[in-house]
Design a protein around this ligand. Structure first.
Ligand code: UD1
Length: 431
C-alpha cells in the first residue's frame, strides 16, 4: 500500500490538463453491453476504478482492448454474455451495479451482488430496482444478490423519489431496448447523464431530454457500433482550482467545460478568489488573496457537488470567519473532518452541517484517506500545512485521480508517493 508524503509547498503555479471524467466513463463502459458493435471510447482516464469496470465486463464475456497511453478503450459485447457477476469485482466498486440495467435489457435476465454500504453512507439501490420493476422485470433478492428477469422490458412512466445519478443511468440504459416509450421524471440532470445519453444516441438509441428532469426514451431493437469521447472530469478540475486557493497560487485548468463548474466557481469567488475564463480553460488566482468564510450546501446538480464538499472544506479551514458546510446528498460524508482536525483545523459537526472556524495555519500530521474525495481534501490541506503530512490509504485517491502527485508536482507541490508495507487498506468500495 502506498502513501503520500506532502510538505508545506509554495503557491502552486502553472497549467494542468484535466482527464476524462471517471463518473462519465464508468456508466458509458457499462452501456457498451447494450451495443452489438464495437464501441470506441476516447479520453478514458487511467484509473483503478476504470480497470475494475473493465475486469468486471471481461468477467461477463465483453471483449476489451485498452490503450492506456492514448486513453482509448475498445469494447465489444458479443452475443454470448454471462448474466451473472461475482461479488469479488462488484464488491470493489459501487458503480459496478450499473451493469444491471444493460444486462437485463440485453439478456432478459441478470444476477448481481447487491452493493453494501460504504464509508459515506448506506447507499441503497431501491430506486434502481423500482425502475426495473416498472419496466416489467421480476426482482428477487437472496443471499446478498439480486436477480432480475423479464422476457421483454416495456416502456413505463417512472417518477424517481430522489434524482439519483446511478438510478437515472441504470434505468435509462435498461429502457433503451424496451418496447415502447419510457418517461423518467425527477431524474438526475448531471453532465454525466447527458454524456451517457449522447453515447447511447450515437449508437442508435432514442433518448430526448437528458440534462432536464424529464427524460423520454423510445425503445429501439438494437444498438450499433459507435465512437465517443468522454467529457472532462469536473471534480478533478475543481480539485486543482481549490488547490490554487489553498496555496495562494495561480492555476489554469485546461480541458474543462466551464458550465459544469458554475456552482464551484460561484463559491470560489465568494471566498475572494479571482476566477476567469481563458482561451483554453479556467484560471484561479489566489495570489495575495485574503480568504473569507462562506457557506455551502451540497445538492444534486446544478447545486454544489457533494464530490467537492471535502476539498472545499479544506479551503474553508483557512478562511477568516465561520463557514457552514451542509451535506444533504449523503448521510455520512464528514469522515475527513476528524483528519482535518488532526491537522489543526477547527471544525464542529452539528447534525448534517460542519461549522468551520478559519485558522491561520494547519500543521502536518499522519492522516488517512477515508474515501476518494476525503483523501484529495487532505492532500490539499497538506500543501499549506506546516511540516510534513503523511496520507495513508491513498488507493482511495487513486481510484479517481490520474497521477495526482505528478500533476501537483508539476505545479510546484512538494509531494512524493512512497510504498508503505505497514499500511494495508481494507475497504475499496466507495463512490
Ligand atoms: C454518483 C457518483 C458519486 C456522486 C453521487 C452524487 C458515480 C460513479 N458516482 O453516485 O461520485 O457523489 O452520484 O452526485 O457516478 N439513493 C437512494 N436509493 C437509490 C439510489 C440512491 O436512496 O436507489 C440515495 C443515496 O443513498 C444517496 C443519494 O441517493 O444518499 C444520491 O445517490 P446517487 O445520486 O445515486 O449517487 P451514485 O449514483 O451512487
Amino acid at each position: 500500500m502506498a502513501k503520500f508524503v506532502i510538505s508545506n509547498s509554495p503557491p502552486l503555479k502553472g497549467s494542468v490538463k484535466v482527464c476524462g471524467s471517471k463518473n462519465a466513463v464508468l456508466p458509458v463502459l457499462a452501456a457498451g453491453i447494450l451495443s452489438e458493435g464495437t464501441c470506441v471510447i476516447r479520453e478514458a482516464p487511467n484509473l483503478s476504478d476504470v480497470q475494475t469496470m473493465e475486469k468486471l465486463l471481461e468477467s461477463i464475456g465483453v471483449k476489451i482492448k485498452t490503450d492506456e497511453d492514448s486513453g482509448v478503450i475498445e469494447l465489444y459485447a458479443q452475443d454470448s454474455l454471462n448474466w451473472e457477476a461475482s461479488y469479488d469485482l462488484v464488491g470493489k466498486m459501487r458503480a459496478s451495479f450499473l451493469i444491471m440495467g444493460p444486462l437485463l435489457a440485453r439478456l432478459g435476465r441478470v444476477h448481481v451482488p447487491l452493493p453494501g454500504g460504504c464509508a459515506i453512507g448506506t447507499r441503497p439501490v431501491d430506486l434502481h430496482l423500482k425502475g426495473f420493476v416498472a419496466l416489467g422485470a421480476k426482482i428477487e433478492q437472496e443471499h446478498g444478490y439480486v436477480r432480475a428477469t423479464a422476457k421483454r422490458l416495456h416502456g413505463a412512466r417512472i417518477y424517481l423519489d430522489f434524482p439519483s445519478v446511478g438510478a437515472t443511468e441504470n434505468i435509462m440504459m435498461a429502457a433503451v431496448l424496451a418496447d415502447g416509450v419510457t418517461v423518467l421524471e425527477n431524474c438526475a440532470v448531471e453532465p454525466e447523464i447527458v454524456d451517457l445519453a449522447n453515447f447511447l444516441n450515437s449508437a442508435g438509441a432514442e433518448i430526448r431530454g437528458a440534462g432536464t428532469d424529464t427524460i423520454r426514451i423510445s425503445g429501439v431493437k438494437s444498438l450499433r457500433e459507435t465512437d465517443h469521447t468522454v467529457i472532462p472530469d469536473r471534480i478533478e478540475a475543481g480539485t486543482f482550482m481549490v488547490a490554487a486557493g489553498v496555496t495562494g497560487g495561480d492555476i489554469t485548468v485546461t480541458n474543462v467545460v466551464a458550465d459544469h463548474l458554475k456552482p464551484l466557481i460561484a463559491k470560489l469567488k465568494e471566498v475572494n478568489l479571482v476566477v476567469s475564463e481563458t482561451e483554453n480553460g479556467l484560471r484561479v488566482n489566489g495570489d495575495n488573496v485574503h480568504l473569507k468564510a462562506a457557506d455551502a450546501k451540497t445538492l444534486p446538480y446544478p447545486g454544489f457537488p457533494t464530490d467537492m464538499q471535502a476539498q472545499f472544506m479544506s479551503l474553508l479551514t483557512l478562511a477568516e470567519g465561520t463557514s457552514i458546510v451542509t451535506e444533504t446528498v449523503f448521510e455520512n460524508r464528514f469522515m475527513h473532518v476528524g483528519e482535518l482536525k488532526r491537522m489543526g483545523a477547527e471544525i464542529k459537526i452539528e447534525s448534517r452541517s460542519a461549522v468551520i472556524e478559519g485558522v491561520k495555519n494547519l500543521t502536518g500530521a499522519q492522516v488517512k484517506a477515508t474515501d476518494l474525495r476525503a483523501g484529495a481534501a487532505l492532500a490539499l490541506a497538506a500543501l499549506r500545512a506546516k511540516g510534513d503530512t503523511e496520507i495513508g490509504d491513498i488507493y482511495h485517491i487513486e481510484r479517481g485521480y490520474c497521477d495526482l502527485d505528478k500533476k501537483l508536482r508539476s505545479l510546484g507541490a512538494k509531494i512524493v508517493r512512497v510504498e508503505d508495507p505497514k499500511n494495508q487498506g481494507d475497504c475499496e468500495k466507495n463512490n
